[in-house]
Design a protein around this ligand. Structure first.
Ligand code: SAH
Length: 288
């Protein structure tokens, strides 16, 4: 059953978090129950997202493998509508930057109230439950971080908008800043979905074939070797003979050499890390 539906996409202002996942798509559940319930699935990895755009979720995460895993209750998603924590009749969430300048900044008190609501029932230990602000100033997101997040009970993600969030709230809550890369998005939602996607696929049973996460790019500081499939000849280009040879040892050797060559050419930073780990000279002149 698809996760999409009118009830899920209606805009609403409620300080009750919305849950996505197995219970929210149960055929018997009524739309109102989906909004107000915050069912806790035992053992499910949990993502809590604070956002001004809750209808942007689950977004792409509701599709394909992550969507199936959400339905199966392997992980759980709750959105917290930042607007619901806004000030006054207009539920204001932002104001002009102190010291002047362009744009608006999300207010410390408003964001703090949302963070406090999202912290309800979660462990205080940040190692068990990281609290993250998606931000271009953050530590660049890596596969190692995804592995760390996948081993926690859950995470809370704060999505910024406009010029970002009042600095004091980041300090006060001991928030970890994570960046998707050296570019500026209009908001943290796409970054949050990318981070959740990379994390959820590492949760056991989300990918059918667990071995595939062990061999893919970055697993050992190496980029992945090239992949081929049918047809055997395409536009005059053949699949490398060794891959059709049936010699598992030779295939493994070829793949490693190709992975090393690609990494050396494209990502000198990863290549140095790989060489350090394997006690090799990064400037060695092996035939790669
Ligand atoms: N004025 C800020 C950019 C704000 S962009 C600056 O120059 O640093 C608005 C929001 O988008 C941010 O608060 C953040 O949540 C999100 N965002 C933008 N770029 C991002 C990136 N590379 N990684 C993660 N989040 C990002």
């Amino acid at each position: 059953m698809p996760l999409t539906g009118k009830s899920r996409n209606q805009r609403r202002m409620s300080d009750k978090p919305r849950s996505h996942g197995r219970l929210s798509i149960a055929a018997t559940a009524k739309p109102r129950e989906l909004v107000t319930d915050t069912p806790e699935l035992a053992g499910a990895w949990k993502a809590r997202v604070i956002t001004l755009l809750p209808t942007a979720f689950p977004g792409i995460l509701g599709e394909s493998l992550t969507g199936k895993a959400l339905q199966d209750g392997l992980w759980q998603l709750q959105t917290f509508d930042l607007r619901a924590f806004g000030e006054g009749r207009h539920r204001n969430v932002d104001d002009t930057p102190a010291g002047g300048g362009a744009g608006m900044v999300l207010r410390a008190d408003v964001v703090a109230n949302a963070l406090t609501a999202a912290a309800d029932g979660t462990p205080r230990d940040r190692a068990r439950w990281p609290v993250i602000y998606l931000s271009p100033r953050g530590k660049p997101f890596t596969q190692a971080m995804a592995q760390r997040f996948a081993s926690t009970e859950g995470i809370t993600l704060l999505c910024g908008r406009f010029e970002g969030v009042d600095e004091r709230v980041i300090e006060h809550f001991g928030i970890e800043e994570v960046s998707l890369g050296d570019f500026v998005l209009t908001g943290g939602e796409i970054a949050a979905q990318a981070l959740i996607d990379a994390t959820v696929r590492l949760i056991p049973r989300v990918l059918g074939n667990q071995a595939s996460t062990e061999e893919e790019s970055f697993s050992d500081f190496l980029l992945e070797h090239p992949q081929y499939t049918k047809p055997a000849v395409w536009e005059g280009r053949e699949i490398p003979d060794v891959l059709l040879s049936g010699h598992h040892g030779k295939i493994a050797d070829w793949r490693r050499v190709m992975a090393e060559r690609l990494t050396k050419q494209r990502r000198p930073d990863l290549w140095r890390a790989y060489c350090a780990k394997h006690d090799r000279d990064p400037d060695e002149d092996r035939e790669l």
